[in-house]
Design a protein around this ligand. Structure first.
Ligand code: IPM
Ligand code: MN
Length: 395
């Protein structure tokens, strides 16, 4: 039977139906915020794979789709309608596509789609943003760095997400050459402490190294940042801590990315450095993220790419960032490591066989549309499940 035929009937193996794993199946509610631009198409792909995962492993995922961002401005008059916020609060996890687009660019800051995202982060107290930057060996060729510089590029950015200049006063007054504007950056020690602890705990499960990034030679918030991180580090004697100024960090990321394990940084610097780092891993389109608050509260998962309005509706967007975000959800919020690996491995095999969306193509690649790419991943997932049914995991 050809691969294409198998795609038509993707997952006939209902492990739960056979009574094997029905006991271990979990039940979760996932709020889905497709958003704007390519958000809906990449989210659709991720939701499809989560459905396949539930079916194959006997889990029960309930999806609730909600307006958010620009489409919510158009339909509900607000980027974060109250129904969306309350559904997110009561969900077990949130999957977000992307928001924004030129049609909302002229709105004042507080009315834009981005204001909805910031309000959601604030309301749910999502103070940690995790962005794993891992170069997939098969994609080395699309990284702008030479292979010898890339080495084993595998680090995580832990970005503070609920404070800093993002949430201080933003004001612009006057017009023409009399105009003036201000943005206020603030941090409390408590805000720095809680995200720093997370970074140290994360590093403890990895290569035990935290690089804290600030601008302590100029900014007061950064001075407090450095003092606080240094103080918290005493509770984690097994973790090596170093401090870098953000300008130097930006340079080190392109010079020798393999030196990093966990990068801990503030909201603004994390925003900038994570786009830079994502480019090293081949494309912004590949990188997932998790935004989370306290244990037990719902976390939000989203690709770090934007809404790419010029690509929207053309079925060319790469769904990998959204798919890996779903994997991160399985792993981090639901503790489903095998399920996450199952999906990730299928993506890797697809890439190795040369299937690519336009943005990650290399000479000789087989360029496919986003939806076909997703179907091929599903076929891979199915094949590996058949193999596993016969021979067991890990064979
Ligand atoms: C991100 C985005 C957002 C941010 C925008 C859309 C507000 O760039 O998640 O990195 O700046 O945090
Ligand atoms: Mn950003």
């Amino acid at each position: 039977m050809s691969r294409r035929n198998r795609t038509a009937n993707p997952l006939p193996l209902r492990r739960a139906d056979k009574g094997e794993s029905a006991m271990s199946g979990i039940r979760k509610t996932i709020a889905v915020l497709p958003g704007d631009g390519i958000g809906p198409e990449v989210t659709r792909a991720a939701v499809q794979l989560l459905r396949d995962c539930a079916e194959a492993f006997g889990h029960h995922f309930e999806f609730q789709e909600l307006p958010f961002g620009g489409n919510a401005i158009d339909r509900r008059g607000s980027p974060l309608p109250t129904e969306t916020l309350s559904a997110c609060r009561s969900a077990d996890a949130i999957l977000l596509g992307a928001i924004g687009g030129p049609q909302w660019d002229a709105l004042p800051l507080e009315k834009r789609p981005e204001a909805g995202l910031l309000a959601l982060r604030k309301q749910l107290d999502l103070y940690i943003n995790l962005r794993p930057i891992r170069l997939r060996p098969v994609l080395q060729g699309i990284s702008p760095l030479r292979p010898e510089r890339l080495a084993d590029c595998d680090f995580e950015i832990v970005r503070e997400l609920a404070g800093d200049i993002y949430f201080g006063e933003h004001a612009i007054h006057g017009t023409g050459s009399d105009a003036h504007a201000r943005d206020v950056a603030t941090y409390t020690a408590a805000e720095i402490e809680r995200v720093a602890r997370y970074a140290f705990e994360r590093a403890a499960t990895r290569r035990r190294r935290v690089t804290s990034v600030d601008k302590a030679n100029v900014l007061a918030t950064s001075t407090l940042w450095r003092q606080t991180v240094t103080r918290i580090a005493r509770d984690y004697p097994a973790i090596a801590l170093e401090h870098l100024y953000v300008d130097n960090a930006a340079m080190q990321i392109v010079l020798r990315p393999s030196q990093f394990d966990v990068i801990l940084t503030s909201n603004m610097f994390g925003d900038i450095l994570s786009d830079e780092a994502a480019a090293l891993a081949g494309s912004l389109g590949l990188i997932p993220s998790m935004s989370r608050g306290r244990d037990g509260e719902p976390a939000l998962y989203e690709p770090i790419h934007g809404s790419a309005p010029s690509l929207a509706g053309k079925d060319v967007a790469c769904p990998i960032g959204a798919i890996f975000s779903a994997c991160l959800m399985l792993r981090e919020s639901f503790g489903l490591e095998i399920e996450a690996q199952w999906i990730e491995a299928a993506v890797d095999r697809m890439l190795s066989r040369g299937y690519r969306t336009m943005d990650i193509a290399q000479p000789g690649s087989r360029i496919v549309r986003g939806s076909e790419f997703t179907e091929q991943i599903r076929a891979e997932m199915h094949d590996s499940l058949v193999h596993t049914e016969r021979y067991g995991w890990g064979v």
